[in-house]
Design a protein around this ligand. Structure first.
Ligand SMILES: Nc1ccn([C@@H]2O[C@H](COP(=O)(O)OP(=O)(O)OP(=O)(O)O)[C@@H](O)[C@H]2O)c(=O)n1
Ligand SMILES: C[C@](O)(CO)[C@H](O)COP(=O)(O)O
Length: 240
């Protein structure tokens, strides 16, 4: 039986690709903001001990969120965001250790604030699979399209990549706090490109488990994604 887990929500991005008037995690979506939908995935879950949200220093939007009354119950904390997503995540992990004294063997889940369509089913599947995975575990979906590698310069096809065995990495990504924090700190210190938690774990020689998830767990990145997320959330069946 898995002990309670902590959730880290990187939410310190500017959302440049979204080209909106505010960071995309604070855009309105089906009655509240993107990040409030994301937090709601975890706030009521019995396996979740608490949440640490990495936000930009001076973030003017966080305090305006109406549904963050939960913070009075000490379950939602904030930590300083960093230059890149990985820096924000590491800051949140440091906060868990240094401020909240969370133990190294506690499992953490890192989930993008920009992924509001995570289903309870997928969250439970990851928790179950990751509970006993020393290498960590991530939600992912197999690639369905033929994948082309572009030539180094220009927009012409160099070749077709082998599709079998290719997966889209989603979030949450799950690992033991001590393992993930050490792997992430080491990868960043070595200047390695880390765009997700699994990358850091791989650099540490680990092979995290792929847990097949729902392709509707999209990351809101570009304007068209908001309409898609609206459709998914408006049509989500209860208890999904
Ligand atoms: N320095 C950063 C950059 C990103 N993120 C968070 O990481 C998640 C995924 O990153 P991405 O989709 O790239 O968000 P942005 O960096 O905001 O987007 P863009 O690259 O378009 O600016 C988002 O929830 C974002 O808020 C973060 O916490 N700290
Ligand atoms: C973590 C992630 O969502 C997994 O696919 C992705 O790597 C985030 O990348 P971004 O460039 O920071 O959006």
């Amino acid at each position: 039986m898995l002990n309670k887990v902590w959730v880290v929500i990187p939410a310190a991005g500017v959302g440049a690709r979204m080209q909106a008037d505010r960071p995309k995690q604070y855009l309105p979506l089906v009655g509240k903001t993107v990040i409030e939908h994301t937090l709601a995935c975890f706030a009521e879950h019995p396996a979740v001990a608490g949440i640490v949200v990495a936000i930009t220093d001076g973030d003017p939007y966080w305090a305006e969120l109406t549904s963050i009354a939960l913070s009075e119950q000490g379950t939602i904390h904030t930590a300083p965001g960093g230059c890149e997503r990985a820096d924000s995540v590491l800051n949140a992990l440091d906060y868990l250790v240094n401020t909240l004294q969370v133990t190294a063997d506690t499992h953490v889940l890192v989930h993008d604030a920009a992924r509001p369509c995570l289903s309870r089913h997928d969250l439970d599947a990851l928790l179950a699979a990751g509970a006993s995975e020393a290498a960590g575990a991530i939600l992912a979906v197999p690639v369905r399209d033929t994948m082309k590698r572009a030539q180094t310069h220009g927009l012409r096809i160099s070749h077709t990549e082998e599709r079998n065995g290719l997966w889209h990495a989603l979030t949450p990504q799950m690992a033991a706090l001590g393992v993930l924090r050490a792997a992430l700190a080491d990868a960043l210190q070595r200047g390695l490109g880390v765009t997700d938690e699994a990358s850091a774990l791989e650099h540490a020689g680990l092979h995290p488990l792929l847990v097949e998830g729902d392709a509707r767990n999209i990351k809101i990145t570009r304007p068209a994604d908001l309409a898609l997320a609206t459709f998914f959330l408006s049509n989500a069946s209860s208890g999904q």
